[in-house]
Design a binder for this molecule. Sequence first.
Ligand code: HEM
Ligand SMILES: *[C@@H]1O[C@H](CO)[C@@H](O)[C@H](O)[C@H]1NC(C)=O
Length: 338
Amino acid sequence: MAAMSASGRRVFLLGALLLVAVSCHGGFGGVGVAEGLSTRYYAKTCPAVESVVRSVMARAVAADRRMGASVLRLFFHDCFVNGCDGSVLLDDAPPGFTGEKGAGANAGSARGFEVVDAAKARVEAACRATVSCADVLALAARDAVALLGGTTWPVRLGRKDARTASQAAANGNLPGPVSSLTSLLATFAAKGLSARDMTALSGAHTVGRARCATFRGRVNGGDANVNATFAAQLRRLCPAGTGGDGNLAPLDAETPDVFDNGYFRELTKQRGLLHSDQELFAAGGGGRSSSQDALVRKYAGNGAKFARDFAKAMVKMGNLAPAAGTPVEVRLNCRKPN
Ligand code: HEM
Ligand SMILES: *[C@@H]1O[C@H](CO)[C@@H](O)[C@H](O)[C@H]1NC(C)=O
């Protein structure tokens, strides 16, 4: 330091400033990485929170296994739009406020809001105005995976709820079902998530359902990389042209309601339901390979490896925080700011 020239000092200072800027605001498209999250965040203020959320999720999944998938997806749709801040849960409040529920990926599709409400109500009854909706959703998503037979992980807590939401950001940040591998990689990289994280997280499609509208082209001749038997079966549910837009098919036909590695085995047989799913294996078809082929094969043959990588990537995704300066609070009702 003492021997540093004036210009060297300037460079050093600039570097230090940049480091501070990056660690405060995150380097990823205005989304930061949360600094203060901790697994023991509510240990003193709301020790019952984990058991309360778990019991609400257990009842919901017992009544409708798809609900586990739907809640897991809500967490993804929360975290990818200005960080995990509960913004996806806000209702539209016309004329002044437009939330994210009407965005392309959510409209007529996102479900599970009532279950989050029920969990939040029980948490409020146990510890008022303490636990954010964003944290309730993070716990609910973790519990959903375990209740469907999947892995589990300690959830870091201490998120706050945004008082704002952005339909435009939801439209811009949530990937669509006809995305190419290149586009998927870019969308996840913009959140600081690697190709391995992206492929592991896509394994969430081992549970849940998709509407015909999202895979019509794929099963009606629009996709070279599809299993012909599989496509023929799905055409009965989802014929070319129009009609049946809302008909549902499982994202993992092997074990539709079990959180396992069946999704990856299906990909190796060209039986991914969405074009975006099949892009992870032999992208483009006709013998062309994808950079993710080896990883897909590994996960298809090694469920424990998938479980470890999925848990790690969920923690990483759960660390995405709103941009600095976003007004936040602990919402009392997940559907509206206080
Ligand atoms: C890789 C990019 C992704 C794309 C393009 C994508 C796209 C989609 C689409 C189009 C659907 C069907 C929606 C409908 O028809 O109503 C869906 C469902 C689902 N997605 Fe994704 N998704 C992606 C990543 C993820 C991630 C990272 C997760 C969670 C970690 C996730 C969890 C789910 C679940 C569980 C369902 C089923 C929901 C239900 O049955 O209600 N997805 N996704
Ligand atoms: C297509 O799927 C069937 C099962 O439906 C499977 O037996 C077959 O091997 C698959 N074809 C390819 C090319 O993977």
